[in-house]
Write a protein that binds this ligand. Structure first.
Ligand SMILES: Cc1ncc(COP(=O)(O)O)c(C=O)c1O
Length: 379
């Protein structure tokens, strides 16, 4: 079969934007006309739409996924002397927030198949100082929350979901990310499945008291006006982001379906080209609804960088999420970890890469990706 190759970006936000452009413009114009720039009705509407979408009682819009994590940890009173368990194989924000609050990072290695925290290793990391477990639903697949919640419940530890990459994902029991822990944190960074026109985030919870605390904390802990009983910060969400996200939310499931369909087609196509001996495709835990914020494949370590170079030379977008674990980041050195501490995370960092999966991929683009990958291994 001859493939006519085309350019394939890793993500094409313009393709997603084109069909909703008029609705987005209208929504932004409404905010501008109303002057409801910070908080206000557009943020409140999004909060109620998004919390009902994930099945949580409360949603509190905040300024980013990072600030969602920060305010969640602050609301649980995490600080010096406390320990927080998470995986080192995540975006830096997950670990960075723990460190910024003066708490101790207790990293636990990942499951090599899903790249999510390995529940079998969590219990050994728990001490009387453990205040929270922060599982990350990496790449759009829920961590094994049944196992994690069982451990957390036994030891009376809070679970904060880092659901930044997982809006719309469901765990094996059918429940949505955002309704699987005590607090969940979402990011609306533009490359996320639900991306804003800038930065944004949200925390969701079923706990009335925590919801109230976080809603005050996002505005400097202020209640009533100019009285600050508790410490907070400026973690507020803009009205424009609320309005844009309310336009996009009804499309979210269809966009995720596009990604899921691409994942299915990639599997068929890679298999048909005899590539499965070279490429480990994403493993999905039985019953889990993966929303593929990233489509991450694994190859032999020595092939990873040459494959990236080959893809780029042929105009196929690709990236590495993440080239190193948080435990070896220089600014976290005082946490006391070193290279070699988390071999499964470290191996993943050296052998994985992300391929284009966005829902609007054309047949030609998908064919190109598969053909360029096949050419690399057939050479
Ligand atoms: C796993 C994870 N946690 C936290 C964040 C932080 O979100 P934001 O960039 O919105 O601050 C991101 C996204 O960048 C992420 O992927």
């Amino acid at each position: 079969m001859t493939v006519t190759r085309v350019k394939v970006p890793l993500l094409d936000l313009k393709a997603q934007y084109a069909p909703i452009r008029d609705d987005v413009h209208k929504a932004v114009a409404e905010v501008l006309d109303s002057m409801a720039f910070i908080g206000g009705p557009y943020v409140q509407t999004l909060e109620s739409e998004l919390s009902s979408y994930v099945g949580a009682k409360h949603g509190i819009g905040v300024s980013s996924g990072t600030d969602a994590l920060l305010v969640a940890m602050m609301a649980l009173g995490i600080g010096p002397g406390d320990e927080v368990i998470t995986s080192p194989y995540t975006f830096f924000a997950t670990a960075g927030c723990v460190d910024r609050l003066g708490a101790t990072l207790k990293f636990v290695d990942i499951d090599p198949a899903t790249y999510n925290i390995d529940p079998a290793l969590i219990e050994a990391a728990i001490t009387p100082k453990t205040k929270a477990i922060v599982p990350v639903h990496l790449f759009g697949q829920c961590a094994d929350m049944a196992a994690i919640n069982e451990i957390a419940c036994k030891h009376e530890i809070s679970v904060i979901e880092d659901a930044a990459q997982a809006i719309g994902a469901r765990d094996a029991d059918g429940r949505f990310a955002g309704n699987l822990g005590r607090i969940a944190c979402f990011s609306f960074y533009p490359s996320k499945n639900l991306g804003a026109a800038g930065d944004g985030g949200m925390v969701t919870t079923n706990d009335d008291e925590l919801a109230h605390t976080m809603s005050i904390m996002r505005n400097h802990g202020m209640e009533p006006a100019y009285h600050h009983e508790i410490m907070g910060g400026n973690f507020r969400l803009d009205g424009i982001q609320g309005a844009v996200l309310s336009v996009k939310l009804p499309h979210l499931d269809a966009w995720a379906e596009g990604r899921r369909k691409n994942a299915e087609l990639y599997r068929e196509m890679f298999e048909a080209r005899g590539l499965l001996e070279h490429l480990e495709l994403p493993f999905v835990r039985p019953g889990v609804h993966h929303i593929y914020n990233q489509y991450v494949v694994r190859v032999a370590t020595e092939k990873r960088d040459p494959l990236l170079a080959h893809l780029r030379a042929n105009d196929v977008g690709c990236a590495v999420y993440y080239p190193s674990g948080c435990h070896t980041q220089p600014c976290l050195a005082h946490q006391g970890y070193k290279a070699g501490d988390f071999p499964i995370s470290e191996a993943a960092a050296l052998s994985t890469l992300s391929l284009p999966i966005f829902g609007e991929l054309s047949d030609e683009q998908r064919d190109t990706v598969v053909d360029v990958v096949a050419e690399f291994f057939e050479a």
